[in-house]
Design a binder for this molecule. Structure first.
Ligand SMILES: Nc1ncnc2c1ncn2[C@@H]1O[C@H](COP(=O)(O)OP(=O)(O)OP(=O)(O)O)[C@@H](O)[C@H]1O
Length: 693
């Protein structure tokens, strides 16, 4: 139990049940069985000797009582100390009755942490006193040599980083966030914990320089909102954490923060050899053969010093991205998930108990009407655990939202370990393929603020838009599963579509003289896209805004699915750059005022591309082209029924009319395509179905 609970992810800590008025049995003082079923309502809850008088052979129960006497002076936590503490769910014990785990989170402890009390529970593996109001210094904990997880976050502890903690070499998880600890970190702390996986020191008053942590085991580090100064050491591990891990320290500088240090050069990590750890595995799509092989996603050639430098920067940037992603997720792990859109915390606890989190996830899994599960916005939590001026500095921050009807289908730990691979860079950001625990594959789109208007990234607007997009569920749409919103991060998580894009299918591996796709495949794909588009327009009254062959992906059954759905709002204030061929004439100059009729125009262009196998036609070329001849000449070796082919060309022609008002609706387009398809299926010309196979 100790090992499991010592992992860095909060939910592994056992739940603390609601505090009940539990009273000891009349004759159970000093003993008691582990399976004591109930306690008669009599006798005082605690009769505790002061710590100074504790015998060196004091029992675990007596030590715990001594701790509670100071930590809970009003004795509102009615802990059944007269019997063995092992019977309490907050406590785990070894076979010989030694306490190995003590979790007293959000328990209203508002006194001090008395020395020589819990620190004498030498078999402790896990100690969590999170989200109380304990004050004063953290006492000497050096006897706790077996301790693996120490969670003291969200209290009011003051004084320096406890030197005794630095002597606990078995520690893997340390969370001291949200206290009033101050001063410099003890020298050598970067090598004090060989197995460290999780270290949170954020929202304290620490100062001095940052140590160069570089344990390959370290998955989360957060020192934000302190007063650290000087360069952030660019070890591979620290570079992975991303800028958010160091934010809120005005005097910090260096490459990781993209802030030049006064009087010195920016720091760069100069490759393996500096303790040897490597950045997370990131490959270009071209390297793996997965996704379109486009020039713009490859890193610079490494043959020149400049390109090596660029490559290094790119690697650090990608590593930082992955780190930021992980940091955002872990930040969310510290925060309770709440049902629905409720925003205010009902309790004053800075952190939820693991039990609450687990219960929330259960609810969200079971309740598909829920819409989505939302984290408590970070600043609210921060406001409860941080001094006011820090709370003011902390704007809206990390929040994970699962979309319509989704429970958390992957754990934070899985996400933390996910490896990321760049698939490409599109109009709104960079797309990654992330593999969780080597099994679950998701697509993560990291939005690029430089490509997107600031207005679209405004937190409320972004959330509203993504909420609407996240509700779209249709077999021909790639589902948005979750989105993340942090101060400087916007991440979208989609289902992974394993069979590439329609762009690759039509143009990718084919030579310029290759034939277009099989006629029946064309009809099926056209119908699929039409279904997805009609759903968007009709069911949600949204606009797709970016219909093109690279935004049609093929699912596991080769069904065509529209992706990047309804992200037009992200591009409203950006310049029109790419894919002009799909742009309706009325939208040529501006991304504003995209309408369903803009989508219909793009669909018409896509339809022509699909059935001709040729690149999309620019509007100027289109108006001067006889589309019937254009398409028929592309398919003249197929023996496709000319009448049906001409019907599809007619549908496309209607879609690309110059006047938006004269274009059909998505439902009309779909219906017309289905009529052609039905005629084809029931048709008299079976040879159509075997041509071009
Ligand atoms: N859900 C997904 N499943 C599998 N591959 C995907 C998924 N989403 C995107 N991709 C792949 O990632 C590549 C990059 O996608 P991205 O959306 O960033 O660029 P794009 O589609 O070329 O441009 P734009 O952003 O303008 O739509 C795509 O070419 C596609 O092959």
């Amino acid at each position: 139990a100790g090992d499991a609970a010592s992992s860095h992810s909060q939910p592994t800590l056992p739940a603390v049940p609601p505090v009940q008025a539990v009273r000891p049995p009349p004759a159970a003082v000093g003993g008691g069985s582990h399976s004591q079923p109930s306690f008669p309502p009599r006798a005082p809850v605690r009769a505790v000797p002061p710590p100074a008088k504790l015998a060196s052979t004091a029992t675990p129960g007596a030590l715990l009582a001594a701790f509670l006497a100071k930590a809970d002076p009003s004795a509102h936590l009615r802990f059944p100390l007269a019997v063995s503490p092992c019977s309490h769910p907050a406590v785990s014990c070894s076979a010989d009755g030694q306490i190995t785990r003590l979790v007293l989170e959000s328990s209203g402890l508002n006194g001090t942490f008395a020395p020589a009390t819990l620190s004498r529970l030498v078999e402790l593996r896990v100690l969590s006193l999170k989200s109380n109001a304990l004050h004063g210094p953290i006492p000497d904990l050096s006897p706790l040599e077996n301790l693996k997880a120490l969670f003291l976050a969200g209290n009011r502890f003051s004084g320096p980083f406890p030197a005794s903690v630095a002597s606990l070499r078995r520690l893997r998880s340390i969370d001291l966030a949200g206290n009033r600890l101050s001063g410099a970190l003890p020298p050598g702390i970067e090598v004090a914990f060989p197995h460290l996986t999780f270290l949170r020191l954020d929202a304290n008053h620490f100062n001095g320089s940052l140590p160069a942590w570089n344990q390959s085991s370290l998955k989360l580090l957060n020192v934000s909102y302190n007063n650290f100064s000087g360069p952030v050491p660019v070890t591979p591990v620290m570079a992975q954490m991303g800028a958010a891990a160091f934010a809120g320290n005005p005097e910090l500088c260096g490459e990781v923060l993209r802030r030049e240090c006064r009087g010195s050069h920016l720091l760069f990590f100069h490759g393996p050899g500096n303790n040897g750890s490597a950045a997370p595995p990131v490959q270009s799509a071209a390297a793996t053969g997965d996704g379109p092989q486009r020039d713009d996603i490859s890193l610079p050639d490494s043959s020149t010093p400049r390109s090596r430098k660029l490559r290094r920067r790119a690697a650090i940037a990608v590593a930082a991205t992955a780190g930021a992603f992980v940091a955002v997720l872990l930040l969310c792990a510290m925060i309770a998930m709440k049902r629905g859109k409720k925003r205010r915390r009902p309790s004053s606890a800075a952190y939820p108990s693991p039990k609450k989190s687990a219960a929330m996830s259960e609810v969200s899994r079971d309740n598909t009407d829920l819409g989505y599960v939302e984290c408590v916005p970070d600043e609210e939590t921060a406001a409860m655990m941080m001094p006011e001026e820090k709370a003011r500095r902390l704007e809206r921050s990390g929040c994970l939202t699962f979309c319509a009807g989704e429970g958390a289908s992957y754990s934070l730990e899985q996400l933390m370990r996910a490896s990321a691979e760049v698939l490409g860079r599109g109009s709104v950001g960079t797309t990654y393929k992330a593999v969780l625990d080597g099994r679950l594959v998701v697509i993560v789109k990291r939005l690029d603020a430089a490509k997107i208007g600031a207005a679209a990234l405004e937190a409320e607007a972004f959330e509203q838009n993504m909420d609407a997009v996240g509700r779209l569920r249709h077999p021909n749409l790639v589902s948005l599963r979750a989105f993340f919103q942090a101060k400087e991060e916007r991440l979208l998580v989609y289902d992974y579509q394993p069979n590439g894009s329609l762009y690759s299918l039509i143009h990718g591996s084919r030579s310029s003289r290759a034939k277009p796709l099989h006629w029946t495949s064309c009809l099926k794909i056209a119908e699929d896209i039409g279904q997805g588009l009609a759903y968007i327009h009709q069911a949600s009254r949204l606009v797709h805004g970016n219909i093109k062959s690279s935004n049609v992906l093929l699912g596991s059954d080769f069904e065509a699915c529209l992706t990047d759905n309804c992200l037009a709002f992200l591009l409203e204030s950006s310049e029109v750059k790419d894919d002009a061929a799909y742009r309706a004439p009325e939208n040529m100059k501006s991304n504003r005022r995209l309408t369903p009729k803009s989508d219909i125009y793009a669909f018409g262009i896509l339809l022509l591309e699909l059935i001709s196998g040729k690149p999309p036609l620019q509007h100027s070329v289109l108006v001067a082209t006889n589309l019937q001849t254009y398409v028929q000449s592309a398919r003249d070796d197929e023996g496709v029924d000319v009448e049906r082919l001409s019907m599809i060309v007619d549908i496309a022609s209607a879609c690309v009319r110059s006047s938006p008002e004269s274009r059909p609706t998505a439902w009309q387009v779909l219906k017309m395509i289905q009529e052609v398809k039905e005629a084809d299926t029931a048709g008299d010309n079976d040879s159509d179905l075997t041509s071009n196979s």
